[in-house]
Structures are given as structure tokens and as C-alpha cells.
Design a protein around this ligand. Sequence first.
Ligand code: ZN
Length: 280
Amino acid sequence: MRIFNLSGRLSLAVEGGAVDVETASAGRFSADVQAVYDRWGEFRSWADAYRGGPDRAVHEAEVGPPVPSPRQVFAIGMNFVSHAAEAGVAPPATPVVFTKFPASITGPYAEIVLPSDTVDFEVELVAVIGRRARNVPVTEAWSYIAGLTAGQDISDRGVQLGGTPPQFSMGKSFEGFSPIGPAMVTADEFDDPEDIELGCWLSGERMQKGRTNDFIFGIPQLVAYLSAIVPLLPGDLIFTGTPSGVGWTREPRRTITPEDELVTDIAGIGEMRHRFVRQS
Ligand code: ZN
């Protein structure tokens, strides 16, 4: 199953398009996209049984973030073997966690404002929590995941790394720095949800390519680790970390300019495309 945020309304993908959930469920579920995660199990049962045809097309201009206002957003640093290697650091013994403040979320085709000339890209698989999770064992963790979406952990390296100690959460939380989408896809839609290809291109040049079987901590390990400390709430996000190829460690260094288009693709989820403008 895959869901979209179409013009701010919860929509279920069906053969040939999508259906408006509030209409198709005769009001049982509201159009509020974020609210569906609070009733995820009930919604999943309804959606799996739904047999109707589409009532609308999916136009890119209408597609918003499939999780527009989570209560918590966790992000994981140095979670790919390849990315730790290019950064010249040893793989961490426990997950490295920061936040991307929720108001930094934007859609899969939005325009993003560049606050400086030190802005970088990080393609990331994003896990969406489907029910309250506290002290979850690794073996049960997938049952707490509503599904997966694509994300970019856009990062102003100057703000992130310019001070001592570094300010990951600030450098990665400028308005628009957390694009996600285009769809939120349940784990059963993937051949193997623990081995998914992800990558991105900047103005047509391949920048990153990886597979999530290169994770240092997989999604079950992250859910277990985080939920042992703080409850994970329905609709929360976990940005799971980026593979090698970020601009900051390239020779020569590559940062995002207003002329660039950033294309992000995660197999089985879809493609995001972003253009940029310099802050006026
Ligand atoms: Zn990241």
C-alpha cells in the first residue's frame, strides 16, 4: 500500500491513480494526512480491503510531504559503512542521533531556499512510526513501522560544523531542509525492506548511490535503541543516515547552487526533484 498527500488531503494509491480517503471511506477517516498515523492499524485494514477505482490523478504539483507534521523527527549520523569511511571516522558503537526540527519538512517537488553557499545533500531512507513504541525488541521492531518514504537530509555544513561542539540539529533544520516523499510505502511492497537502493543526482551528475544493506544500524536496531530511551509516537520519522558521495567530502568540494536541480530516487518509493533559490 502507498499513500500520498495530495493538496493536503490523505489519498490512497490505487490502480490508475488515487482515491481521496475521506470520500472513499464515507468520512470514517478524515482528510488530515498526519492524523492517519494515530489510527494506522485501523486504516491499514480498511485500505487493504478497499477495492474501488481512482477518483483522481496524481499530479506532481499537488504532492506534499506524506508525513507533514510529525511530533518527533530523529536523524542518524554516520550510519553507512561507506559514509563513515569517506568522513574518515570509525563506525560508531551506538547510533549517533540528532533532530531535524519538524517545521523544516517540505514536499517532494518544493523549491528550497539556500541560506548560504555551504549547503549539501544527503539522500536518506526515512522510516515512519505506525504505533507508540517503547522498549521495543529488535525482533518486533518492523511491526511498529507504518512504512518508508524517501528523504533528503539537506545540511548547511557551515552551520553544522562551524562551531565547537558542532550543531547538527541547527545546520540541518533550515526551513525546507527536510523534504520527504513522494509516497509513504508499506514494507510489504519491497522485495526486501532491509536492502533498498537509494541515490541522488545534482544537475544530472550522479552524486550518491548505496543500498541499505550497508547500514551500520538497521531500522530494527534504531527502533530498539531509540525506544529504549524515549517513546516513539505514531507518525514520527527516523531519517536513517546517508551513504557515501556527499558534496562536502568530494574532491573538489561540491555544494548546492541556485542553478542546480537535485534528483533523489529510492527504489520502490519514487523520485523527488528539488530546485533552489538563494536567500534574498
Ligand atoms: Zn543525514
